[in-house]
Design a protein around this ligand. Structure first.
Ligand code: PMP
Length: 457
């Protein structure tokens, strides 16, 4: 283990002096000091003072295999010795990236044929925007440019991916781009009114049809969404939603693009989340679970129809990233996907650990006075705070309640996340029953303490 160079206080002071963090008020953070996470093993993390946390969020939905996997580390070390870098420009390739494609497409449904590798999910969505527009140029419909996303959808933090996403507060920082539009999210608990879930799912999907008709189908390139929404609240759409979205996209000749950055690589118990929901996207954005987050890598997967057009008729594909398909990242991705496949981890999430977690959550929180809804499948779930379950009445200050619960969770030694009025968990896919028990027990303690400390019970 590397001996710490500084005390916790020194790390916090240096961090405050030099680093702007993601998605928070830096002034408040600097007053409190960032939590310094120093070490990880399995599902456990330790901070710089030696306190242990159970990581209920797989880092940022990425450490599918947990921390400290010797096989991933060895793959990286081997590749660093053999060929630490080469690029995919100027008529060259290298063995690891080719082997990664071979493995990736053996795991994907057969109608996907090509990938464009990137270093992150945000970059992959940038590539998506440009590739989709290129596709329509190539097939003779260059006016089809508008990308439709969803309010509260999250597709990354770069300019194009921010525009594609539906986070208003992100649009405000740096502005929107032309040729992007948004529809509502299928958030039944918040917006379902008197409709049944299925009725609401159809209504939410038909917002897409209305938007396409309003913009003119001849101008719309693609609809892009997360199969289940992640950063925008871990929202699972009603069962009726995706089939109707697919019908609308097909009918109006609009590409259907799934952002699988969170849902991909086993999270739902299927290899890809669109398989869980039963629809067939034209493209998949991937990242996170591709390498278990050990090293940055993302990509855009194209269906044969799109790839054929780009390859056969497209001419020069005017895009390239210095580190795309990086040999070390590819080596780690191969080790990671091989472990997910050969250790039958995805199958275990589907048949064993997923149902175990989902049942435990429902048994523990189904009647909890602060919780109005439990959603999830596989090893991903959300608990919705609510003042009244039957009428789906939300707390006016649900954000503050959820943030308090998150902080109490950390205090209890659990890394859990709040998104708007929901608590979300997504543990590593290798979680054991005992670790899932600990996750739910610590979540219960965090919820109960939140209720008591905020006088909600
Ligand atoms: N899409 C989705 C659905 C995501 O959740 C994220 C990251 N949380 C991204 C894209 C962006 O990925 P990255 O942070 O690797 O750029």
């Amino acid at each position: 283990m590397t001996a710490p160079k500084h005390t916790t206080k020194e790390y916090q002071a240096l961090d405050a002096a030099h680093h702007i963090h993601a998605f928070l008020d830096q002034k408040t953070l600097n007053e409190q000091g960032a939590l310094v996470i120093a070490r990880g093993q399995g599902l456990n993390l330790w901070d710089s003072d030696g306190k242990r946390y159970l990581d209920g969020m797989s880092g940022l939905w990425c450490t599918a295999l947990g921390y400290g996997r010797a096989d991933l580390n060895a793959a990286a070390a081997r590749q660093l010795e053999e060929l630490p870098y080469y690029n995919l420009f100027f008529h060259t390739t290298h063995p690891r990236v080719v082997e990664l494609s071979e493995l990736l497409f053996s795991l994907l449904p057969a109608h996907y044929s090509h990938a464009i590798y990137t270093n992150s999910g945000s970059e992959a969505n940038e590539v998506l925007i440009r590739s989709v527009r290129r596709y329509w140029q190539v097939v003779g419909k260059p006016q089809k440019k508008i990308m439709i996303g969803r309010w509260n959808g999250y597709h990354g933090s770069t300019l194009g991916s921010t525009a594609l996403g539906g986070m208003g507060f992100m649009h405000e920082m740096g502005g929107m781009l032309p040729d992007f539009a948004h529809i509502g999210e299928p958030y039944y608990f918040a917006a379902g009114g008197d409709l049944s879930e299925d009725e609401f799912g159809l209504e939410a999907a038909r917002e897409l049809e209305a938007k396409i008709l309003e913009l003119g189908a001849e101008n719309v390139a693609a609809f892009v969404a997360e199969p289940f929404q992640g950063a925008g609240g871990m929202i699972f759409p009603p069962a009726s939603y995706w089939a109707e979205i697919q019908r609308i996209c097909r009918q109006h000749d609009v590409l259907l693009c799934a952002d699988e950055v969170i849902g991909g690589f086993g999270r739902t118990g299927e290899w890809f989340a669109h398989q869980h929901f039963g629809f067939e996207p034209d493209t998949l954005t991937i990242a996170k679970g591709l390498t278990s987050g050990y090293i940055p890598m993302g990509g855009l997967v194209l269906s044969r129809r799109i790839a054929d057009a780009l390859v056969q008729q497209g001419g020069v594909f005017a895009h390239g990233l210095t580190y795309a398909g990086h040999p070390v990242a590819a080596a780690v991705a191969i080790a990671n996907l091989t472990a997910l496949r050969d250790e039958r981890i995805v199958e275990r999430v589907k048949a064993d650990t997923g149902p175990y977690l989902q049942q435990l959550l429902r048994d523990t929180f189904g009647e909890h006075p602060l919780i109005g809804e439990i959603q999830g499948t596989g090893l991903v779930a959300a608990l919705q705070f609510a003042e009244d379950r039957a009428s789906r009445k939300r707390f006016a200050n649900e954000n503050d309640i959820a943030w308090h619960c998150r902080n109490v969770g950390f205090d209890e030694g659990l890394i859990i996340r709040s998104t708007l009025g929901r608590m979300i968990v997504a543990p590593a896919l290798v979680a054991s029953h005992a670790e899932l028990d600990e996750l739910v027990e610590k979540t219960r303690r965090a919820l109960d303490r939140t209720g008591r400390e905020l006088n909600l019970l």
